[in-house]
Design a protein. Sequence first.
Length: 115
Amino acid sequence: MTDKEIKFRLETLIDEERNALIKGDFDRISELMEEKQALASDLERHRFSPNELAPLKRGMRRNQELFDQALAGIRNVAARLGDLSRARRSMDTYDSEGRKYTIEAPTDHRLEKRA
């Protein structure tokens, strides 16, 4: 691949990665990551000036911020689901003197059949 082809492909890949991050298409992000690693190794063998690489760096930094935000969102959802799961098993309450009580949810071992 020529220098121009590598740079163009990386620019395209960074844009595709951004679109996948915005859409939440993590399967596509995984595919792009493999290709990006291969292109990065090709990039090391070619000589680019810092000015030529600046737009690529900006795009990669922008995508990293989006990725970090997506991970933070996933962590928040996981924490919320954990909270909801705990709330189904038990609930903490306090009496008039400030003592904490835990009310356990009844365990139901029946199998529910749905149509």
